[in-house]
Design a protein around this ligand. Structure first.
Ligand SMILES: CC(=O)N[C@H]1[C@@H](OP(=O)(O)OP(=O)(O)OC[C@H]2O[C@@H](n3ccc(=O)[nH]c3=O)[C@H](O)[C@@H]2O)O[C@H](CO)[C@@H](O)[C@@H]1O[C@H](C)C(=O)N[C@@H](C)C(=O)N[C@H](CCC(=O)O)C(=O)O
Ligand SMILES: Nc1ncnc2c1ncn2[C@@H]1O[C@H](COP(=O)(O)OP(=O)(O)OP(=O)(O)O)[C@@H](O)[C@H]1O
Ligand SMILES: N[C@H](CCC[C@H](N)C(=O)O)C(=O)O
Ligand SMILES: [Mg+2]
Length: 487
């Protein structure tokens, strides 16, 4: 593609050696991926400044460089383009390179601390059931119609987003549902995408290592709605105290969903059990196979999105009742001696509180709830004591364990979790750093009808220790353990 076409709508401050006819064959923001004919975008990252790799990129064949600061030494054979914000420039370049695929899809983004994967994946299932070709960008996987690809991020970089969306367009995908993480918004990964709608789930404690304050984290989420267009809809959860804040400055059509207050999409739980819930959504009754108050809320959002996208209500209700739980989100099984085990991706204080409250509401008071939980390394440290305290408050017994220690010492993470346990709860808490042993111990402690909750990893099939990932699957270990124990 010629450079002039690639640069459309990119806010250029300055150019050196400019030649609009130069052919660009690829775009890269990582110097290690540069090949001959590439346009290299230098981004200021969290760890290093991409500007220091400009010469490496040129060595490998970059013909043009987009950067925020022009280097002091210039190569006459290379074009330098200065921009104010390299992340935004990358997003525009990617959209131009792939011919604006987001404009050719009906695209809905889901943001919030918890529920993004659940809502986006269930929307994928729903529209697939309704017979549409559908795409999904989620924490668990990327799906292009029926083809699945592993996900690297909740919200991939803008180049990958546009590439995936172009692939969706090329196979005739109509609808695309994507998770929009706060990192994604802050790093402009979603900049310039043409959203038909946005959904806000909730905002609670997470990622305060990255965003520093809660209000900064909230404002980043809000900026997603600030940028929606007039023809899009903005659907918010008014049960969250920041729900209406998200819509304050949006030009989009404002819509609400709620379990507690009057809303455009109002949900009530009429009946609940481990096998599903009877819901009332806007005067319609529907039996769903998902459980938990938070899923009733998620289904309110899904119903709202489908209605805003024009799906027929009768068709919608039938399809809603067919939705199956998402991988690693409240996945439960019952052992042959009647012990219930639940695997859930709850890795924030709020999610852990919700999942435990949901379990408590569904069992009688004689049932023991044994929770196995850890906190990830190189992530927000302030959630550690909070998650341990919640587990101890709402469980009969707690086993604190490891969850992707990454580059941190697992024992230090566990000490930081233990700091949240008050003396009166200490009797019910064990610490077993080895996650497999922790799960096995929980299974041994459980009796008929007791519930073993293994929280934090959900769909993940690895444990990351010191940068190395080894196979680890909570569900597999539960099955294996119950089999070996013959319980
Ligand atoms: C903290 C964070 O968000 N980091 C993301 C960021 O990396 P970074 O800022 O650390 O990059 P860096 O290493 O400082 O490098 C800066 C620049 O130099 C370039 N570089 C670097 C080295 C080199 O040799 N050559 C070169 O050109 C890099 O490509 C980059 O453009 O930009 C990278 C490229 O887009 C991302 O892959 C990376 O995600 C990392 C892997 C990550 O773990 N991100 C997590 C925290 C994240 O984004 N999570 C959210 C969801 C969380 C949630 O909702 O729960 C997500 O959307 O997945
Ligand atoms: N609407 C909700 N409100 C609160 N908790 C929820 C909600 N939906 C799901 N959860 C809980 O939060 C956990 C994570 O849910 P989910 O994976 O859908 O969130 P996410 O926003 O995609 O998270 P991530 O940012 O890590 O990708 C679930 O396993 C469940 O315990
Ligand atoms: N998207 C979240 C996932 C956390 C999952 C948990 N298992 C962990 O590894 O900390 C993050 O990257 O912070
Ligand atoms: Mg997710």
């Amino acid at each position: 593609m010629e450079l002039k076409d690639l640069l459309k709508k990119v806010a250029v401050l300055n150019q050196i050696n400019f030649n609009e006819k130069v052919e660009v064959t690829a775009i890269a923001f990582d110097s290690r991926k540069v090949i001959k004919g590439t346009l290299f975008v230098a981004q200021k990252g969290v760890h290093v400044d991409g500007h220091q790799y400009i010469s490496k990129a040129i060595e490998l064949g970059a013909v043009a460089v987009v950067c925020e600061e022009i280097p002091s030494e210039i190569n006459d054979a290379v074009i330098y383009i200065q921009v104010k914000n390299a992340n935004e420039a990358l997003a525009m370049l990617a959209a131009n390179f792939y011919d604006h695929p987001s404009e050719k899809l009906k695209l809905v983004g889901v943001t919030g601390t918890n529920g993004k994967t659940t809502i986006a994946s269930l929307l994928y299932q729903l529209f697939d059931l309704l017979g549409y070709k559908t795409g999904l960008l989620s924490t668990v996987k990327v799906v292009i119609d029926k083809n699945e690809f592993p996900a690297t991020h909740t919200t991939p970089d803008s180049l990958a987003i546009n590439k995936y969306m172009a692939a969706m367009v090329s196979v005739g995908v109509d609808y695309c549902f994507m998770e929009v993480s706060s990192h994604g918004i802050h790093q402009e990964r979603t900049f310039g995408l043409d959203f038909n709608g946005g959904v806000f789930t909730n905002i609670t404690h997470d990622h305060l290592d990255y965003h520093k304050t809660f209000s900064e984290y909230r404002d980043v989420k809000k900026s997603f709605f600030d940028h929606l267009s007039k023809s899009a809809f903005a659907l918010t959860n008014t049960d969250d105290k920041n729900g209406m804040v998200m819509l304050q400055n949006t030009k989009a059509l404002k819509k609400t969903y709620s379990q507690k207050t009057l809303a455009d999409y109002k949900v009530r739980i009429l009946e609940k059990s481990f096998s599903g819930m009877l819901l009332q959504i806007n005067q319609h009754e529907v039996w769903v196979q998902l459980v938990g108050g938070f899923n009733a809320s998620n289904l309110g959002a899904i119903y709202g999105v489908a209605c805003e996208l024009g799906v027929d209500e009768v068709e919608l209700l039938t399809a809603l009742s067919q939705l199956k739980s998402v991988d690693g989100r409240f996945q439960y099984q019952v052992s042959k001696t009647g012990i219930v085990s639940v695997v859930d991706y709850a890795h924030t204080p709020d999610a852990l509180k919700n999942i435990l409250s949901t379990i408590k509401e569904m069992v009688n008071s004689s049932v023991n709830i044994i929770t196995v939980v850890g906190c990830g390394g190189d992530r927000d440290k302030t959630k550690r004591p909070k998650m341990a305290a919640i587990a101890a408050e709402l469980s009969t017994q707690v086993i604190l364990t490891s969850d992707n220690p990454r580059t941190e010492d697992p024992n230090v993470i566990l000490e930081e979790m233990e700091a949240g346990i008050t003396a009166d709860k200490a009797y019910k808490v064990l610490t077993i750093s080895d996650r497999k042993q922790a799960i096995k111990t929980a299974c041994k402690l459980a009796k008929k009808e007791d519930v073993v909750l293994v929280a934090g990893k959900g769909h993940e099939t690895y444990q990351e220790i010191n940068g190395e990932r080894t196979h680890f699957d909570d569900k597999e270990i539960l099955i294996e353990t119950f089999e070996t124990l013959n319980r």
